[in-house]
Design a protein around this ligand. Sequence first.
Ligand code: TUI
Length: 314
Amino acid sequence: MKTILCDLLGIAYPVIQGGMAWLGTWELSSAVSRAGGLGIIGAGNAPPEWVREQIRRIKEQTQKPFGVNIMLMSPFLEEVIAVILDENVSIVSTGGGNPGAYIRRFKEAGMKVIPVVSSVALARRLERAGADALVAEGLESGGHVGDTTTMALVPQMVDSVSIPVIAAGGIGDGRGMAAALALGAQGIQMGTRFICSTECVAHSQFKETILKAQDRATVVTGESTGHPVRVIKNRLARQFLAMEKDGVSIEDLERFGEGKLQLGVIQGDVENGSLMSGQIAGLVGSIKPVRTIIEDTVAEAESILARLGKGGKG
Ligand code: TUI
């Protein structure tokens, strides 16, 4: 299955791995790139030395294209940008804000820029600013979310821009991929599905929590702080929601949240840690190698699209 996204990025399959904080490490990202998708290092809030180390390790593992996701709220944003320019990273994706002010620098360095956005208005602005493609991320996603569903957002974004649109949020298998392509997307981005891969460094307890999850296992916390985040509904999430209801200040909520993501996804404290996960957690049936996840997803999407008589070509 090829779309114009494959030519744009030099990849075999139009499947991108979301740049997840703590989990988008060289282990996962190199496996995705080696399997013909686009692996993305998730810089999150990590310091610049950590990001450089990940980039060096992925370069040792594969010659294939890979990207780095920069999180625009990171305290290390400028230093992380300096690292990716210095390491000649060729593809950058962005999250958690408006990357408009940075696009020119990336384009001048010859990079491909793929902002992750959750609204058509920002998508239009970023196309004008020089973005090469866009990830349309629906509220089904894990982590920081917008307020429009993938089903509604993707076709509206496709109709509003002329660069390729990649669908994200709520996609965990070939049925989701076929649906995304039917909506006009030129590719998909998956996060939660890749957490339950053999290669992902997520704690086994977190992977097990996703495997056990059902459709309503996640909840959005942080609406009152202006940074809504979808997580698995555990003790921490309930506590956070109760604090919001009680009118606890944004500063105190932010302080309370510090360090909780690593506690959950790396240290495996699945009750007191933050477990960012998308709504497809309930769809994930087993832990599989990255290559199997990608090949099964693409094969299932192709077979669905063929059955529907639409081919699979973008
Ligand atoms: O960025 C994400 N998802 C994320 S980032 C993240 S790290 C984090 N850690 C702790 C607390 C909070 C976050 C976890 N998940 N997705 C991409 C995305 N970006 N979705 C929506 C946006 C977005 C948000 C605001 C894009 C633009 C935006 O702009 C606001 C503005 O300035 O116009």
